[in-house]
Design a protein around this ligand. Structure first.
Ligand code: FAD
Length: 497
């Protein structure tokens, strides 16, 4: 009977869950992952169709250089040596088209500053102050992560309070009125899932993440997923797909995790499922934590995406494309871009076949292109209870007309793309809901507003002994914070059990 008891059960195999299971199994804990879908990986599971492969939730990563904190985390987990990370040209990680201008995001905060000094010679003080703000937010975040016992915590308290009350946009507004400069400091809005006026200041960490360089896993997001799967299996961990968890109960000090296919027992449970679902659906009432359940009931989800997955026979290098990600913005007012989402005023375009030139994601001489623009859930809600490909003609018509509108915008950068499309498919936030069980099809877990970040996010360690959380709902949305949360959750679980 004892042999059937796991040390750690991880619910959900998103990248946070994979990291938790890797850390736990590496420490020789008897580890099981229960995943609802037939596939592992959540947002790092690629969309494969007709021999093509597309990334859904991983387009580039930062902090993977020599002393990068994300690299150190991957080294600790034993994942670093299992994946080749290709560095994106450090002179231009992202190309931003705005207001008739182009800004290339370079690697290195000093290079960033120099580029801004050249572009805005009259705004040198504002540039210095904005960079100071980024560094302050970074410092506050690292002090906050060490907890209130840290001697510097009290000193930073007034700044923490400010970060809880003011949005990133408001903090920028205190420094400059220059709209273009404000735009550049907000270029990660798409990656934050919010315009600066609504985003937590902690989303500034995304810009700092990529200022340490941009990297792409050779073989795409699937290569990172496979490295985790291999590590878990080599460490003796077990992964069960098509095992949707229905309830997490606890009796006599042991967790009982109920799935559609049977029950599993464990000393510890780490949930990588969005906190909204963990606290309102999965946890048995006897062990639910009232304060976190209340918080979960009030959670605002992040915005989802409208995706275009494309394959073309055009020579994109001849058209000026490279390994950089391209961001198009019609307006300097990013609030407008989010509100009028179906005009596709802001979109992100990336060419995996140029980030990894030997990528097996498409036949030779073809390019895969992924275009992503934010899209709310509501316009698609009426089809939410139907599975993919069975949502009827009205849904298809809406999806194709939106896709066509997006392609018109994209053709500004890739003329005649429509005539050279070998494959096209579009997806809406319903894909996120169906494939990842993301509440309201959100891209980044709970919305990253001031009140839902920092202490407003969900704790990794809960008040229920042996119950931990990981994934985008804990530290922040994104691959690196999700992996960090999984590793921390597993370490705490094993230290405390
Ligand atoms: C369009 C898009 C682009 C992005 N681009 C980037 C990028 O370039 N770089 C970056 O760093 N981040 C990016 N992100 C964010 C990043 O992908 C996510 O924040 C991260 O992958 C979330 O990981 P997670 O651990 O929270 O798990 P998730 O990926 O949310 O996965 C959760 C898993 O739990 C499973 N599950 C849910 N309910 C149950 C249940 N009841 N029982 C069992 N299993 C269950 C799901 O099926 C899923 O597999 C992007 C996200 C999106 C959507």
């Amino acid at each position: 009977m004892k042999d059937d008891i796991f040390d750690v059960i991880v619910v959900g195999s998103g990248v946070g869950g994979l990291a938790a299971a890797t850390a736990a199994s590496k420490a020789k804990a008897k580890t099981l992952i229960l995943e609802a879908m037939p596939f592992v990986g959540g947002y790092i599971n690629p969309y494969t169709v007709k021999g093509y492969s597309f990334d859904t939730g991983l387009h580039y990563l930062g902090e993977l250089g020599e002393n990068g904190s994300f690299r150190k985390r991957l080294e600790k987990l034993g994942i670093w040596e299992m994946v080749d990370f290709i560095e994106i040209n450090p002179d231009c990680i992202g190309k931003y088209h705005f207001n008739g201008k182009v800004f290339c995001l370079p690697k290195g905060i000093d290079n960033f500053k120099k580029r801004l000094f050249t572009m805005f010679p009259d705004e040198k003080n504002a540039v210095e102050a904005l960079i100071g703000l980024l560094k302050d937010i970074q410092k506050a975040s690292s002090i906050g992560a060490k907890g209130p016992k840290n001697p510097e915590f009290a000193k930073y308290m007034p700044f923490f309070m400010k970060l809880m009350k003011k949005s990133y946009g408001q903090l920028i507004d205190e420094i400059t009125n220059n709209q273009e400069l404000k735009y550049i400091f907000s270029i990660m809005s798409g990656e934050a899932g919010l315009p600066p006026d609504r985003a937590s200041a902690f989303t500034a960490l995304i810009l700092l993440h990529y200022l340490e360089g941009g990297y792409y896993p050779k073989g795409g997001s699937g290569a990172l997923r496979d490295a985790f799967i291999n590590a878990i299996k080599e460490n003796g961990g077990i992964i069960k797909t098509s095992h949707r968890v229905i309830k997490i109960c606890k009796s006599s000090g042991l967790f009982k995790v109920l799935t559609e296919k049977g029950e599993f027992s464990s000393k510890n449970v780490i949930s990588d499922v969005d906190p909204q679902l963990t606290f309102t659906q999965l946890l048995d009432e006897k062990i639910n934590i009232e304060s976190l359940k209340k918080k979960a009931l009030k959670l605002q989800p992040s915005i989802g995406s409208f995706y275009a997955f494309l394959v073309t026979d055009l020579n994109l290098e001849q058209l000026g494309f490279g390994d950089f990600n391209l961001t198009h913005t019609d307006t300097l007012d990013l609030n407008e871009a989010f509100d009028e989402w179906d005009e596709f005023k802001n979109f992100f375009l990336t060419v995996p076949t140029l980030k990894d030139k030997n990528c097996a994601c498409a036949p030779k001489n073809y390019h895969t292109i992924e275009v992503i623009s934010m899209a709310p859930f509501e316009p698609f809600q009426k089809w939410a209870n139907k599975p993919p490909r069975q949502r009827g003609d009205d849904y298809l018509k809406l999806k194709l007309s939106l896709g066509d509108r997006l392609l018109t915008k994209v053709e500004k950068y890739i003329p005649n793309l429509r005539k050279h499309l070998i494959f096209k498919d579009f997806a809406t936030p319903l894909s996120n809901l169906f494939w990842v069980n993301a509440p309201f099809g959100g891209d980044y877990g709970p919305n990253q507003t001031p009140s839902q970040m920092g202490p407003g996010r969900f704790p990794i360690k809960t008040k229920v002994e042996g119950l931990y959380l990981c994934g985008a709902g804990t530290l922040a949305g994104g691959i690196s914070p999700s992996i960090a949360s999984g590793d921390i959750a597993a370490s705490l679980a094993l230290k405390e059990s």
